[in-house]
Design a protein around this ligand. Structure first.
Ligand SMILES: Cc1cc2nc3c(=O)[nH]c(=O)nc-3n(C[C@H](O)[C@H](O)[C@H](O)COP(=O)(O)O)c2cc1C
Length: 184
């Protein structure tokens, strides 16, 4: 049996999924990443988990979806990350992440990614009333200072059904690829 050489080994992408109406379409990002030669593991916030077809995602990635912290003796279910994509990202998670709050596994991974120098992109999906809150602007500024790559989605009108058709899942990969060894 041959073992894959270092050059055959695919880079590993963590996709962090938050509790947004469009989270159920995250399979689009997983497919796009796999087509670009990434292996993918999904980490959902506890609220985000309820928006996902967990069986379909686990079949697509080949890894369990992580959401809770593992117990101390438990093996790590995912390989270490070469890059992280937060998509879709909620108002809530963006603000908590920027503030250094780590009360979910997803936030713990994000808060540590900075210190570990792991390239990270975030695609927020929220409405204009949420985006108008001063804390949100400050959070984005802080994340930019942390070298987090931020998606271009323009917040949709509140109570107007969202802008799922304008949300570009691929943008996470476009942002990350120049920072990694993954194929364009
Ligand atoms: C059906 C539904 C859709 C939601 N969509 C969004 C959304 O698009 N963006 C957002 O910031 N919050 C949205 N929320 C609110 C978040 O789910 C809520 O703030 C939650 O606490 C976020 O948790 P998380 O950041 O840990 O994933 C939605 C809630 C529901 C019930």
């Amino acid at each position: 049996m041959t073992t894959p050489s270092e050059s055959d080994k695919k880079p590993f992408l963590y996709v962090v999924v938050c509790a947004c109406g469009i989270a159920g379409n995250v399979g689009k990002l997983i497919t796009a990443a796999q087509e670009r030669h990434w292996d993918v593991g999904v980490i959902a916030t506890p609220q985000g988990l309820g928006f996902l077809d967990t069986e379909a995602i686990q079949a697509q990635t080949g890894y369990p979806i992580r959401s809770a912290w593992r117990t101390p003796g438990e093996a790590r279910p995912l390989p270490p990350a070469d890059a992280v994509a937060v998509a879709p990202a909620t108002f809530n998670t963006v603000n908590k992440w920027a503030a250094g709050i780590s009360d979910t596994l997803a936030l713990g991974v994000l808060c540590e990614a900075y210190g570990m120098g792991i390239p990270t992109a975030v695609l927020p999906y929220l409405n204009a009333a949420q985006a108008a809150h001063p804390a949100y602007r400050q959070s984005l500024e802080l994340l930019r200072e942390m070298d987090v790559l931020i998606g271009s989605y323009e917040p949709h009108k509140p109570k107007a059904g969202g802008g799922a058709d304008r949300f570009r899942w691929d943008e996470a990969l476009e942002l990350l690829t120049p920072r990694t060894s993954a194929r364009p």
